[in-house]
Write a protein that binds this ligand. Structure first.
Ligand code: RUB
Length: 360
């Protein structure tokens, strides 16, 4: 992704591996600061997922894979029993970081499976290779989703998106924003309605910033305004990402996605979900079986931002002691979804049948 920072333009990925270290953009301080963190061991990388240094299904999947690769490198001089024990402890630690996005679990399973046979040195080599492969595949899948998804976008289309399913939620390009990036390159001049996405404001802080970097037209709106613009015919298409798609086509995504889907359907606006194979969980039948993360209540009662003097502050909005709830994701039933934009093309209903056909 393009990043303009302090007079320089960089082409940068969300996260990458350099030997035994993982480097990543610190998404907690965007858009007011641009900082790259270095994570020296598997615990630091796993903590970065938990603390939202990186977030978004694709990005946390890749970070989880790299954390397991770091664990393998840390254990490279152990005997086979110690190695297995170390890897078990590391995978438990990574599994407990965030519960909803399936990419995290699949990445850990793939790396463990890759390193399940042979001498320790061979296992280490295979685990690291698998983690790199997950990141490469994710990048390639994002490009493919961009190519296929851009066919849905006509010249001057106004697209609504929720949360951040852009380059920052992946390694690069993103899922929902990738078709928009491609449409922009094709000269279609897309326009994006960016939902702020309370409580953590991934739309405000990340999606608006990404679009600004790419020179794509957009307007930031409060979450409650999406229906207003849909009803007035000012939204041609909705594209969101996903944290998990179950076998029947239900989608777990950022809280508020369900409401956007219902209102889009009410107004006959196509509602698409962009997600790669890694986000499809065919072992889970319906969305109701997906664990929904509940996050810190302070995310609801406080708002983070830049105060006039330029300092970054977290300020409390409601009265002391106000009771809150903070589910981070919701389930959009498959019946509201027009199609899935994937690296294999667009998957249309009946989803139960067509998802399995495309992703065995
Ligand atoms: C991120 C979120 C994103 C999906 C899709 O939530 O809900 O819409 O992860 O992203 P959080 P992707 O910020 O809490 O992680 O592009 O990876 O499919």
């Amino acid at each position: 992704m393009k990043v303009h920072w302090k007079g320089e333009t960089k082409d940068i990925k969300t996260l990458w591996r350099e030997g035994s270290e993982v480097k990543m953009i610190d998404q907690r301080v965007l858009p007011h600061r641009f900082e790259i963190l270095t994570l020296k061991n598997y615990r630091e990388t796993a903590d970065s997922i938990k603390d939202m240094v990186c977030r978004g299904a694709g990005a946390i999947g890749c970070a989880a894979g790299y954390a397991i690769a770091q664990a393998a490198l840390e254990a490279k001089n152990m005997d086979i029993n110690q190695f297995t024990d170390y890897m078990d402890r590391a995978s438990d630690y990574v599994y407990k970081t965030r519960p909803t996005a399936v990419n995290l679990f699949r990445a850990v399973e793939r790396c463990l499976e890759a390193g399940s046979a042979g001498e320790v040195s061979e296992r280490v080599h295979k685990v690291v290779g698998e983690a790199d492969k997950i990141a490469e595949e994710d990048l390639e899948a994002s490009k493919r989703m961009g190519e296929y998804g851009s066919d849905l976008i006509a010249e001057g289309h106004r697209i609504l998106t929720h949360c951040n399913a852009g380059a920052l939620a992946f390694i690069d390009y993103g899922t929902a924003l990738s078709p928009i990036r491609f449409a922009q390159k094709q000269g279609k001049k897309p326009f994006v309605w960016v939902d702020e996405t309370r409580p953590r404001c991934q739309g405000t802080r990340l999606t608006a910033w990404e679009l600004m970097q790419e020179g794509i037209d957009y307007a930031l709106i409060v979450d409650n305004a999406a229906g207003y613009f849909m009803q007035r015919g000012e939204v041609n298409l909705v594209i969101v990402g996903a944290d998990r798609v179950t076998a029947n086509g239900d989608v777990a995504n950022k809280i508020g996605t369900y409401e956007k889907a219902v209102v889009a359907n009410e107004n006959n606006i196509p509602f698409y979900v962009a997600a790669p194979r890694m986000t499809f969980d065919l072992k889970t039948e319906t969305g109701w079986e997906v664990e929904i993360e509940e996050r810190d209540l302070e995310e609801v009662t406080k708002m983070w931002g830049k105060i006039q003097e330029g300092e970054l502050k977290n300020i409390q909005i409601p009265a002391d002691g106000t009771v809150a709830r903070n589910p981070s994701f919701d389930i959009t039933p498959a019946r509201y979804i027009s199609g899935f934009i994937t690296e294999k093309g667009i998957i249309k209903p009946p989803f139960e049948e067509n998802i399995r056909k495309n992703f065995k």
